[in-house]
Write a protein that binds this ligand. Structure first.
Ligand code: NDP
Ligand code: MG
Length: 389
């Protein structure tokens, strides 16, 4: 048997991170976990440390103390912390692949660190590509690191496009479940709370992406993610609402043929695809039962009600630092919504106003992108003080 693939898992305690662990356990001997990073869920992290015995673990800034430090010392695990620690773990010598399952633009620097170290990246953290996609792809081209998407739509497209001539691709069609508020008009969205938004019809995910799915910003982020991953211009990337979440995305070719990837909605499948690619193995996902599914339906997204999808296209069209600005404003607004400080319909409002307040600059370096991100967060926080709840 070949030697195990050595994995660093950033965000190991999250929704994706925990499912990465399930995939690792499903294939004894196939993987070895050599690095972990998490922020605050220390009980779970300590269990993961005892189970996998990684060489390096990274925790949030100022957290490398107390019980987690004692657990690490007892297991002879090196403990790092904060942003520098994440970068260290991401590019850790001796690893084969870094899984980035962090949430938010905080994932950009670790993605870059992994790529610069020539490490293949299994990427769930879409915000790194939204904010710094050109830089990430250019660095990957230079170092030879490969980026294999975990996001189910992009994993689907990766499968549809694998080995095909990019010049023959006419359109990418991303499917969207439509989220928990599909079919509601603005008046019905005035009073929805984070608790309502957390009831996603098909997926169980972390809080930020669950709200993003309810606003359709998740699909906007995914359009920008797809543009960078597959080098297809925005005007040739479309979104279609497909509530059954059976088709995970489609690629249309110049001859009119459309290839789609179908499976039951279970993130463990795209996670495993990224971890074992180019090899396929039995997975934990339930096989599809077509007579039970009966029919698959498709609708146009309601972008008049769910404005975030259009905002993502707009930011992508403006280019430069604007996608990073939009992404940062969204992170601030979503957090405020989760904390009950603003209503659901204020999320796009905060984003639009931040985009208007923070001018586009160039995004030639990671420093440029992070500076735009910081300016946008400051502007969005100032706006939060002013918008009606
Ligand atoms: P979660 O909120 O469930 O998990 C986020 C993880 O990141 C946690 O392990 C958290 O640690 C860790 N983390 C956050 N900040 C830091 C930090 N500063 N330092 C170290 N660790 C940190 O998110 P999800 O798993 O839902 O999403 C992760 C990414 O994957 C997002 O970009 C999302 O868009 C994408 N994605 C998620 C899908 C899903 O099904 N969940 C599907 C497709 C894409 P702790 O828990 O210890 O605080
Ligand atoms: Mg997705």
């Amino acid at each position: 048997m070949a030697r195990p693939r050595r994995l660093v898992i950033l965000g190991s305690t999250g929704s994706i991170g925990s499912q990465v662990m399930e995939v690792v356990r499903r294939h004894p001997g196939l993987f070895r976990v050599v690095g972990l990073a998490a922020n605050s869920r220390f009980e779970l992290l300590a269990r993961q440390m005892a189970e996998f015995r990684p060489g390096l673990v990274c925790v949030g800034q100022g957290q490398a103390r107390g019980s987690i430090a004692r657990a690490a010392a007892g297991l002879r695990i090196c403990l790092a912390e904060g942003g520098r620690g994440l970068e260290l773990a991401a590019g850790m010598p001796g690893a084969d692949m870094t899984v980035n399952a962090l949430v938010g633009a905080a994932g950009l620097l670790p993605t870059m660190a992994a790529i610069r170290a020539g490490r293949d990246v299994a990427l769930a953290n879409k915000e790194s590509l939204v904010a710094g996609g050109e830089l990430v792809m250019r660095a990957a081209g230079k170092s030879g690191a490969r980026i294999i998407p975990i996001d189910s739509e992009h994993a689907a497209l990766h499968q549809c496009l694998d080995g095909r001539d990019p010049r023959t691709v006419r359109r990418l069609i991303l499917t969207a479940s439509g989220g928990p508020f599909r079919g509601r008009g603005r008046s019905k969205l005035l009073r929805v709370t984070a608790r309502h938004a957390m009831k996603h019809p098909t997926w169980r995910m972390g809080p930020k992406i669950t709200v993003d799915s309810a606003t359709l910003m998740n699909k906007g982020l995914e359009v920008l993610e797809a543009r960078h991953l597959f080098g297809v211009p925005l005007e040739r990337i479309e979104v279609v609402v497909h509530p059954e979440s059976v088709i995970h995305s489609m690629a249309e070719f110049t001859d009119g043929s459309v290839l789609a990837q179908l499976s039951s909605p279970d993130m463990r499948l795209p996670i495993q695809y990224a971890l074992t690619w180019p090899v396929r193995r039995p997975s934990l996902a339930k096989p599809l039962n077509f007579p039970e599914i009966g029919k698959l339906t498709f609708h146009r997204p309601d972008t008049a009600t769910f404005r975030c999808l259009k905002l993502a296209y707009l930011a992508g069209g403006i280019g430069g630092s604007m996608p990073a600005v939009m992404n940062a404003a969204n992170e601030v607004a979503v957090q405020a919504f989760i904390e009950g400080r603003i209503g659901f319909l204020r999320i796009p409002e905060v984003i639009v106003r931040t985009m208007a307040a923070v001018p586009r600059t160039r995004a030639a370096t990671v420093g440029d992108v992070m500076a735009a991100d910081a300016r946008a967060r400051a502007a969005a926080r100032r706006l939060l003080g002013r918008v009606r709840p």
